[in-house]
Design a protein around this ligand. Structure first.
Ligand code: ZN
Length: 217
């Protein structure tokens, strides 16, 4: 079974491991490594980018498997059994983890105000969470002020981010705040976040859209 290091430690960027599977599909060549540091796109969070040896790779979830297997699309095939050093781009990893973790916090505080979550997008430059706006138009200024204040306070308090298991589910919790099922990468505590603000809060077609910006320290 593949070991997923990105689920254990956001800040481990490199592993030397073995190629355990390789092939060619519709989208080109791919490899599977025994120990995997790459987060594939999912749950609104973009995938990592990185290298195997000197070759650029991009992770994706292997289709049609019961277990969670991450493959790496690549320019040329390697042999099964080859030992390789694989690395994620640390800056991209940190940026994605910051945007995604901040998404948990903003999402939790908007839900506390009674809105139901619809969908998340944690891509750089377009991070936004959408909710059902409800029947009455909410007071958007008040909502923005409340969510921004609570998020800033949680960051100032440097609340810890932790993972736990519940059956087959991986739960991500933020100390004293929310706990949600998630397979993404997260900062270790909210003190790792800087430059947070809400960039837009609006309602369109019954959907409340809350956009934000944040960086990793
Ligand atoms: Zn998450």
């Amino acid at each position: 079974m593949q070991r997923h290091i990105y689920l254990e430690d956001t800040y481990r960027f490199t592993v030397t491991t073995q190629v355990v599977d390789a092939g060619t599909g519709e989208l080109g060549s791919w490899l599977t490594l025994r120990d995997n540091v790459f987060h594939p796109q999912g749950g609104g969070q973009p995938g990592d980018v990185g290298t195997v040896g000197d070759m650029a790779v991009r992770p994706f979830k292997a289709p049609g498997t019961d277990t969670h297997v991450v493959r790496l699309s690549c320019e040329r095939l390697l042999e099964v059994g080859d030992e390789v050093t694989s690395s994620v781009d640390p800056e991209v990893r940190r940026r994605h983890a910051a945007l995604h973790t901040c998404g948990h916090v903003v999402d939790g505080f908007v839900r506390e105000l009674g809105f139901r979550h619809r969908v998340s997008n944690h891509f750089p430059g377009q991070a936004r969470i959408e909710f059902d706006a409800g029947a009455d138009k909410p007071d958007l200024e008040q909502l923005a002020r409340t969510v921004e204040e609570r998020t800033r306070r949680a960051i100032e308090d440097d609340r810890k981010v932790y993972a736990s298991e519940s059956g087959d589910l991986r739960l991500i919790g933020i100390d004293g705040l929310h706990e949600d099922p998630c397979g993404g990468t997260h900062v270790s505590s909210l003190g790792q976040l800087t430059g947070f603000s809400l960039r837009s809060v609006k309602v369109k077609g019954g959907v409340l859209k809350v956009g934000y910006v944040v960086e990793h320290v």
